[in-house]
Ligand binder design. Structure first.
Ligand code: CP3
Length: 353
């Protein structure tokens, strides 16, 4: 058994499948362009400069907690922050996502992926964690840290930007599996170093985003991705913080994801939670999975869908082990009033009388 963090929030308790006072709820991408106060505070410029300003990052982290009354804040940062900080040459283009000037092509490029020294390379991350923790102390709201999973980060480094087909990534993994394994090892080390420093600075739960894993077949996932994902969870297990593994379009991968070593598996909107639990296997909590496209409204439709997620999430009968979330990130055009109403409904429906 790995040591456990003090279970003092509903989020931590739900991740560990312990009884909760009410089902905890937060939203992936809850900070960001759907919030008017985000647009006002963030200003122009690269998101990487906003992330590099610890006081601003702390403020952007807390905005959705104030606005929605969610049970968790997620640190305002990005999955490409470590590779950016060690000088790989990554930027984040507004409306597009991460772009790489000189993509990963050969063994020479491994040298561009030196180890991360969090205190020297990303001092603003731990500083933002400390600022947010101070604000949240005693509130019952948890702070979530995160990292990009090795596969999803590799996809940006190799493709040079967002991709639909992952042609270059698949070509590299199949044609040069030794180089692929060396690349994965470097990215495991970056994720572990980043997560360890966030945990040591005070985050209470961590999520590993393998957002694009759904592009892979089960065979590809098992051979090329699962070992690295497992190594990330092994690398932080001694710290005793609950962990969440999330990807989109992973219906056929949920059984394998259940063997990666996380406490919670995140599920997108394509698989109902009771079915996802059966595929993931025993011993895990689930997170999800309201369709973000529905949160544009109208309310009666969102209300029905929210109740359906709550009832599917309760499928093991105990009502424990469910973290309510969307199936993927908040869409920029989402109605903030509707998202707040979802939080209220989840809390009201799951409170024991
Ligand atoms: O509330 C939060 O979730 C805030 C923290 C956060 C951001 N990125 C801030 C951000 C988190 C957890 C991420 C993770 C992230 N970044 C992922 C995994 C989550 C997922 O959605 O699957 C991925 C794949 C990235 C890479 C990335 N960064 C993309 C695809 C984009 C979107 C591009 C766009 O503009 O549509 C970004 C930019 C980004 N990261 C924004 C935010 C709020 C929006 C742009 C901005 O405000 O400049």
């Amino acid at each position: 058994m790995k040591p456990r963090a003090v279970a003092d929030t509903d989020l931590v308790r739900a991740c560990c499948r312990q009884p909760v006072s009410r089902t905890p709820v937060w939203f992936m991408r809850q900070a960001g362009r759907s919030l008017p106060e985000y647009r006002a505070a963030r200003g122009e410029g690269s998101i990487l400069s906003a992330i590099g300003d610890a006081a601003l990052a702390a403020e952007l982290t807390l905005q959705p907690v104030r606005r929605y009354g969610v049970d968790a804040a997620i640190l305002f940062s990005d999955i490409v922050v470590p590779v950016h900080a060690i000088g790989f040459g990554v930027d984040v283009e507004p409306g597009r996502g991460p772009v790489v000037a000189s993509p990963f092509r050969s063994a020479h490029d491994l040298e561009r992926l030196r180890p991360l020294e969090p205190e020297a390379d990303v001092p603003y991350v731990a500083e933002a964690v400390r600022l947010v923790s101070k604000e949240l102390d005693g509130s019952g709201v948890a702070l979530i840290g995160f990292a990009g999973a090795p596969f999803t980060v590799a996809s940006y480094l190799i493709e040079g930007g967002p991709s639909r087909t992952f042609t270059l990534v698949k070509s590299l993994m199949h044609s040069d599996p030794d180089l692929w394994d060396l690349l994965m090892a470097r990215l495991v080390a970056l994720a572990v170093a980043s997560l360890r420093s966030q945990i040591q600075a005070g985050v209470q739960v961590v999520q590993l985003f393998d957002s694009w894993a759904g592009a892979l077949s089960p065979g590809e996932y098992a051979r090329f991705v699962l070992p690295a994902t497992r190594a990330v969870f092994e690398g932080i297990a001694d710290l005793g913080v609950p962990t969440i593994l999330f990807g989109v379009g992973t219906g056929e991968l949920l059984g394998l994801m259940g063997t990666a070593g996380s406490d919670v598996v995140g599920v997108d909107w394509r698989v109902p939670l009771h079915e996802a639990r059966a595929r993931i296997g025993p011993g895990h909590a689930v997170q999800g999975n309201l369709d973000p496209a529905l949160c544009v409204g109208p309310w009666p439709m969102v209300e029905r869908a929210t109740r359906a997620v709550l009832s599917s999430g309760k499928a093991d009968g105990s009502g424990t082990g469910h973290v309510f979330n969307l199936g993927h990130g908040v869409l920029p055009e989402s109605d903030v009033g509707i998202l707040g109403a979802v939080v209220d409904l989840v809390h009201a429906e799951s409170t024991e009388e």
